[in-house]
Design a protein around this ligand. Structure first.
Ligand code: NAG
Ligand code: NAG
Ligand code: NAG
Length: 512
């Protein structure tokens, strides 16, 4: 065994920079997130790293020899049993209810299943059989973070959406609920919030810190204690101690603005590939023939005919039938007997990113998911959004603010509103705005691929552990500080109120 260790060590020394051994654990069960992670891991594989990936959806690495894959088979089912985007929207649920009643339970139950995976168990129990230079994980579920402790290496966090403020704060990035909306659930424009929105953002952070974090930290600690008790209580209490790099699927030009320290990188648009030729000849002919323009409508994989409701389907068809343009609608099934206008083509599957690149496509109607939004911007297509849940409202609002999209409400929009929105958004100025945003996003001194490779190599080579090497600059470093800040604000408010009351009493006294 000793000899084996020596060789592993020697081997690791030899190729410590060129190729690291990376353990990646992606526990967040959304297809779009997993696709993003796959893109990042493919870049690292192409760079010569050896990779072990755990994911909730199978990734496709085209039989690359240096990847070992495991899938958490039941995560999607477990997660979807506890969450329902359309129900949140229909019931107009408050974020606190969504997070406490649904999301935290979903995270916990899925994580329980994931930690029980035989290979995960083998890595914990027989850790000396393995060697890893870096753990990569998404941060919404943190039970994978302690593997960095097990293998004595740093963690790189990669988030398929904006990172939560807690993670930003650990990297010393600017966290301030009066400046940024510190929640993806609150669709406020960074740096341009009204007083009421600032207060709302502040309340969210307080709720998150005092309630949601407590529930999540407790849940994570329970699982971590069960599986990593051999590491000792200190590690279990602080699973984020070994963070070394943060990569977020954001872009400053999109409106994700925040003062960032050097070990946080924004890698939005990384997943967007060059458009491929459309192989489906019928689809290609439809797009080619649509000389008056095409509107593509795709509301995301979780929205189907059943959840949308036949009334809504008819409503859209009626509006579309009056358009001069052709409409390409991705919908899982067509109700028998439904009257489809001649300018509408309904398809159950669509190579969306490739279709968006067709020069006849003038507009995209969708749910506001960040992945599709980046693709539409890359292809120069303005948008109309019908956001349903999570970060979709934030994306919709940011894009409307930049003049590249218009936001509508699926529950209450009127026919005439959508008709005029279509007329408005197909004016050339919106396509010009999209091109400007694309240009701002892409004109960088270093492209995303090289940026990711450089930073991952750097964190492996220098074993960067942020808190040790650079310290965290956040004022919200500890719960106590946090509490003091809030207590201070509450006391100030109380003081102002009492003072106002006293002044009134004084005035009354003077008058009488
Ligand atoms: C796989 O890893 C080995 C050892 O690091 C390396 O020599 C080889 O080039 C890698 N293969 C590919 C296809 O990247
Ligand atoms: C750890 O390794 C031992 C010896 O190779 C083996 O018997 C045991 O089953 C392994 N433990 C797990 C959890 O796989
Ligand atoms: C496209 O246009 C050609 C020529 O006008 C026509 O023959 C063909 O049927 C059209 N195809 C579709 C899918 O509309």
């Amino acid at each position: 065994m000793k000899v084996v260790h020596f060789f592993i060590f020697f081997y690791a020394l030899l190729c410590s920079v060129e190729s690291g051994n990376i353990l990646a654990i992606f526990q967040f069960p959304y297809f779009s997130h997993q696709r993003f992670h796959q893109t990042v891991m493919q870049i690292l594989l192409d760079e010569g790293h050896t990779v072990t990936v755990f994911s909730t959806h199978p990734h496709d690495y085209k039989d690359h020899p240096n990847v070992t894959q495991y899938v958490f088979e039941d995560s999607i089912r477990i997660h979807s049993e506890h969450t329902d985007m359309l129900m949140y929207r229909k019931k107009k649920m408050h974020y606190s209810q969504i997070l406490i009643q649904h999301e935290s339970k979903a995270y916990y139950e899925a994580a329980k299943h994931e930690m029980a995976h035989p290979e995960i168990q083998r890595m914990i129990k027989n850790s000396s059989d393995y060697h890893f230079d870096l753990v990569i994980a998404e941060c919404f579920v943190c039970t994978s973070f302690l593997f960095a402790e097990v293998f004595d290496c740093p963690i790189a966090v990669v988030t398929a959406i904006e990172a939560p403020y807690m993670i930003h704060s650990l990297f010393g990035n600017d966290v301030n609920s009066f400046k940024h909306s510190e929640s993806l659930f609150l669709p406020y424009i960074h740096g341009k919030m009204t007083s009421l929105q600032k207060f709302d953002s502040f309340l969210f952070q307080m709720f998150h810190e005092l309630v949601f974090n407590t529930v999540n930290v407790y849940n994570n600690a329970k699982l971590n204690y069960e599986h990593f008790s051999h590491l000792g209580m200190r590690s279990i209490r602080s699973p984020t101690d070994r963070l070394g790099l943060l990569m977020t699927n954001t872009n400053h030009a999109f409106g994700h603005v925040r003062a960032l320290m050097p070990h946080t990188i924004q890698i939005g648009y990384t997943h967007v590939e060059r458009p491929k030729k459309i192989e489906d000849l019928e689809l290609k002919e439809f797009l080619d023939n649509s000389t008056n323009g095409v509107i593509i409508k795709a509301l995301g994989s979780t929205v189907n005919t059943k959840s949308l409701g036949i009334e809504n389907v008819k409503k859209f068809l009626n509006i579309f039938s009056k358009s001069k343009m052709n409409i390409l609608w991705k919908l899982d099934e067509i109700e028998p007997g439904l009257d489809i206008p001649s300018n509408v083509k309904i398809v159950s599957w669509l190579p969306l990113a490739d279709a968006l690149a067709h020069p006849n496509v003038k507009l995209l109607i969708f749910h506001g998911g960040i992945f599709t939004a980046y693709e539409a911007i890359d292809r120069g297509v303005p948008m109309i959004t019908f956001p349903l849940a999570y970060d979709q409202f934030m994306n919709a609002r940011l894009m409307a603010h930049k003049g590249i999209a218009m936001e509508m409400d699926l529950n209450s929009f009127k026919d005439s509103e959508l008709t005029s929105a279509i007329q408005e958004m197909t004016k050339p100025k919106y396509a010009a705005n999209v091109r400007k945003m694309r240009s701002l996003a892409y004109d960088q001194p270093i492209n995303n691929r090289d940026l990711i490779v450089w930073h991952v190599n750097n964190v492996i080579k220098n074993r960067i552990i942020y808190a040790e090497d650079f310290g965290s600059l956040s004022i919200f470093g500890s719960p106590l500080n946090h509490f003091l800040v809030y207590a201070g604000i509450l006391l100030t408010l109380l003081y102002i109120l009492v003072k106002k009351k006293l002044m009134k009493v004084e005035e009354k006294c003077k008058m009488s």
